[in-house]
Design a protein around this ligand. Structure first.
Ligand code: ADP
Ligand code: MG
Length: 214
């Protein structure tokens, strides 16, 4: 049953994170945030579907920032998204939320200087936000770049990233990620691939669906 909560402190988020939310004008969690944030903080795999504009970015970014604060070691989270503009938006949100803890983010997308991207990655960012094709280029082109310490994998826009053109790249990325990672899948629609995924993930995974009329 969807839970409605009136503020972020009820979601087991630390005060400084709640303050960061207030500083960007975000006071009350949206339903997907109220439902998924506590489950992600508990360490559960999460598959969430809710239409565009429902606040999916903060639903994964807030619990990841909190976990990162508790254990700031190594490249921590990988967020995959299908288009470069979304990658920049997501990285911006992480940077704003994580400012008090000097969050380092790196965007890996097309149209950027590969040398500069390599330099950013060598600084061991906490969060890498990437489009799949360019991340694969980096994995194959750079010996020192590793995703072996990733603790969180976020598949944003999962309806567009899974079960289509990106499959080969995603498979390649999955093959170098640690098996013990926590996975979060967020989507604007419920697709056949996501339904299949529901059957494949851990039994105690958390599912949230609120597609509603568009
Ligand atoms: P989605 O990924 O579900 O399409 P976004 O995460 O991009 O949605 O959020 C859409 C907009 O809503 C953004 O401008 C974001 O800053 C804003 N937003 C997210 N959560 C909240 C909230 N709890 N209260 C107010 N605005 C929010
Ligand atoms: Mg989104």
């Amino acid at each position: 049953m969807a839970e409605e909560l009136s503020n972020f402190s009820q979601l087991k988020l630390q005060n400084w994170i709640v303050k960061q939310c207030h500083s960007i004008g975000v006071k009350r969690p949206t339903p997907i945030q109220a439902n998924c944030i506590p489950k992600i903080l508990e360490g559960k795999t999460c598959i969430g579907a809710a239409k565009t504009g429902s606040g999916k970015t903060l639903a994964f970014a807030l619990p990841i920032v909190q976990k990162l604060y508790e254990d700031p070691y190594g490249i921590y989270a990988l967020v995959l998204t299908p288009i470069r503009e979304l990658a920049f938006q997501i990285a911006d949100q992480f940077a704003i939320l994580g400012k008090p803890m000097n969050m380092r983010t790196c965007v890996v997308v097309g149209g950027m200087d590969m040398v500069e991207q390599g330099r950013q990655l060598s600084k061991v960012p906490h969060v890498v936000v990437a489009t799949p094709g360019h991340l694969v280029d980096h994995l194959e082109g750079c010996d020192t770049f590793t995703l072996s310490r990733i603790k969180f994998l976020v598949i944003d826009e999962a309806d567009r990233l899974l079960g289509g053109l990106f499959d080969d790249q995603i498979k390649r990325i999955f093959s170098v990620l640690p098996k013990t990672r926590q996975s979060i899948y967020f989507s604007a629609t419920m697709t056949d691939t996501l339904q299949t995924l529901k059957k494949l993930v851990a039994e105690d995974a958390f599912f949230y669906e609120d597609i509603g009329p568009s």
